[in-house]
Design a protein around this ligand. Structure first.
Ligand code: NAD
Ligand code: IPM
Ligand code: MN
Length: 355
């Protein structure tokens, strides 16, 4: 079993270090780890945010554990050299089109949600975000116009792209509450019209799943009004990016939510994938031991489940995380004083004492 570790920038290396301590605690036989450079760290060392050797390492692995990329010092670099190109490049080069972002409340954390506790208690949803298309990867550019410089980013989805993410979402819904909400902007966008018609066509193959459609503006409102109504949500790249950050504040903190990015490639143990927190490099708290490593640790649990077929180890990590949160081991993002390392310590200790 080969895992490529790409810690990246800012708090990326800090939270990844704690996930690696948790991985060590499992003492998995036959595991090899490779570490590679991504983001601003890679740009400084190799002149590119996603060097060829990193990409090769990714291709040779069964799974990737990714920290975060992004550095405000790189804001003026040409787009192709910006740190964010590392994660965008990995997602597209490796065909990782399905981004699973679960958002479920942790017992005892309801009072830390930005919602009323009784509303927060009801959250248990999965965002299935398409990851290889949309405005992210459409034609983009800059030209002169009568109004000065003008930029554009084309939004598009073709039927094949929508069909494959729809299948992922319907299958995920089958394994959950059998309800799927497709979020789009079909009242305005041609992209969304094709999206909606294609999702409806695919729904014929999943008669047990109850499908509804919701415009993205309403979905953003419903998510804070009554998040308990959602089970599985499928949406495009940009809407999914925004709604999942919003869902994290409903749970309690962006430092809590993990993600899996999957494609079609199978390995000897499961589905090849990249696993990362939904948060970024958080330059405002980097290097201060203030980052919550839970999202990174839970991303490791998703890696073990989806790519390495180790459900029991994944569940063991998730139980330990739930237990330390119930013990109120909180960092600054949850109003506590625990450092990144304290939280890692507590998770490791819980795993050792309760296994
Ligand atoms: P961010 O997610 O990095 O931070 C947003 C806010 O949440 C900040 O106040 C930060 O301190 C806080 N936060 C984030 N993670 C936290 C954690 N684990 N514990 C406690 N607090 C946490 O988003 P941003 O500030 O908009 O972006 C910063 C950089 O990260 C940018 O360069 C952006 O492009 C990049 N980014 C990268 C990824 C990725 O690598 N996948 C994701 C999002 C943003
Ligand atoms: C995320 C991030 C990325 C995205 C950026 C860094 C390209 O916000 O992983 O959610 O927009 O997908
Ligand atoms: Mn994001």
């Amino acid at each position: 079993m080969k895992i490529a570790i790409f810690p990246g920038d800012g708090i990326g290396p800090e939270v990844t270090a704690q996930a690696l301590r948790v991985l060590e605690t499992l003492s998995l036989p036959g595991l090899t780890l490779f570490e590679g450079d991504v983001g601003a760290a890679a740009y400084r060392r190799h002149g590119h945010p996603l060097p060829e050797e990193t990409l090769e390492m990714a291709r040779a692995a069964d799974a990737i554990l990714f920290g975060a990329v992004g550095d405000f010092a790189c804001d003026d670099l040409p787009r192709a050299l910006r740190p964010e190109q590392a994660i965008l490049g990995l997602r597209s080069e490796l065909g990782l089109f399905a981004n699973l972002r679960p958002a479920a409340g942790f017992p005892g954390l309801e009072h830390l949600s930005s919602l009323k506790p009784e509303v927060a208690r009801s959250i248990d949803l999965l965002v299935v975000r398409e990851l290889n298309g949309d405005v992210y990867f459409g034609d983009k550019g800059e030209r002169m116009s009568a109004g000065g410089r003008e930029g554009w980013d084309a939004m598009s989805y073709n039927e094949a792209e929508v069909r494959r993410i729809a299948h992922t979402a319907f299958r995920a819904a089958m394994g959950r509450g059998k309800r799927l909400t497709s979020v789009d902007k079909a009242n305005v966008l041609e992209t969304s019209r094709i999206w909606r018609e294609t999702v409806i066509a695919v729904s014929g193959e999943y008669p047990e799943v109850e499908l509804e459609h919701m415009y993205v503006d309403n979905a953003a409102m419903q998510l804070v009004k009554s998040p308990g109504q959602f089970d599985t949500v499928v949406t495009g790249n940009l809407f999914g990016d925004i709604l999942s950050d919003q869902a994290s504040a409903c749970v309690g903190s962006i430092g809590l939510l993990a993600s899996a990015s999957l494609g079609e490639r199978q390995t000897d143990y499961g589905t090849f994938g990249l696993y990362e927190p939904i948060h970024g490099s958080a330059p405002d708290i980097a290097g201060q031991g203030k980052a919550n490593p839970v999202a990174a640790v839970l991303s490791l649990a998703m890696l073990l489940r989806h790519s390495l077929g180790r459900e029991e180890d994944a569940a063991r990590i998730e139980r330990a995380v739930e237990a330390i949160l119930a013990d109120r081991v909180f960092g600054g993002d949850l109003g506590g004083t625990a450092s990144t390392e304290d939280i890692g310590d507590a998770i490791v200790r819980k795993m050792v004492t309760t296994s």
